[in-house]
Design a protein. Structure first.
Length: 233
């Protein structure tokens, strides 16, 4: 039997170590990137956060499920819109937000969000700690993505960034003031009523003129009758 050469043994050990590390990443509990390129977008978001000196988002399966459902709905309808039921679809939050976008591929979609001040603010938000990504591809090849962010219940909830783009919801009570009363319009005077009735009568005459023949004495009599009824009324 030929002895195993040292370099082959070292190579086998290295390959085994790499395989074990790869399996640990792929089958990490709680991470399930089911849609196309969801893992790529999640990594790109955390790379952007690292470049900004921020902690990475932790992956949340329930957020990903909500995001994936929204991405699939957008892909099916061909319309870009925020999930109106997000706040009830996802639990355990004191603050929650969403980014949505579409593009030709995942890189372009990520660039669209990063180049939009409001969406970028959510990606680089210092208050959110969890994120889920959902993607879908429509029949025409358009790539759709939804990103859902969460600050868990009990965590601090800094004020949302004022920039437009993504949606943000907090569990703070509504402190908005009551609507300002609007005064009712004044009652019209008799002269105003008469002018309005005469205007209506003229409109009726014009409408009749479209259907009657010229010099029709019956139609003319009806027009005169309409004016007199309006004035006397």
């Amino acid at each position: 039997m030929n002895p195993v050469r040292p370099w082959r043994k070292r190579l086998a050990t290295t390959l085994a170590g790499l395989l074990t590390s790869s399996l640990a990443i792929v089958f990490l509990p709680g991470t399930a990137f089911a849609g196309p390129n969801e893992g790529d977008i999640f990594s790109a978001v955390n790379s952007a956060r690292a470049s900004a000196g921020l902690a990475a988002y932790s992956y949340a399966g329930d957020l990903a499920a909500a995001a994936r459902g929204q991405a699939e709905r957008m892909a099916a309808s061909g319309e870009l819109y925020h999930n109106p039921n997000l706040s009830s679809e996802v639990g355990g939050w004191s603050r929650i937000g969403e980014n949505v976008a579409f593009a030709g591929d995942w890189r372009a979609a990520h660039d669209v969000l990063m180049n939009s001040p409001g969406h970028r603010a959510q990606i680089l938000d210092s208050g959110y700690t969890q994120m889920g990504v959902g993607t879908a591809v429509s029949d025409d090849g358009t790539f759709w993505v939804a990103e859902v962010f969460r600050t868990p219940s009990g965590a601090s909830t800094p004020a949302p960034d004022p920039g437009g783009g993504g949606t943000t919801t907090t569990s703070s009570p509504d402190t908005s003031s009551a609507p300002t009363p609007v005064a009712a319009p004044p009652e019209p005077t008799p002269e105003q009523i008469l002018r309005e009735n005469l205007r209506d009568a003229r409109e009726m005459i014009v409408a009749r003129e479209k259907d009657r023949r010229s010099n029709d004495p019956i139609a003319a009599a009806l027009d005169f009758s309409t004016v007199m009824d309006t004035v006397s009324g």
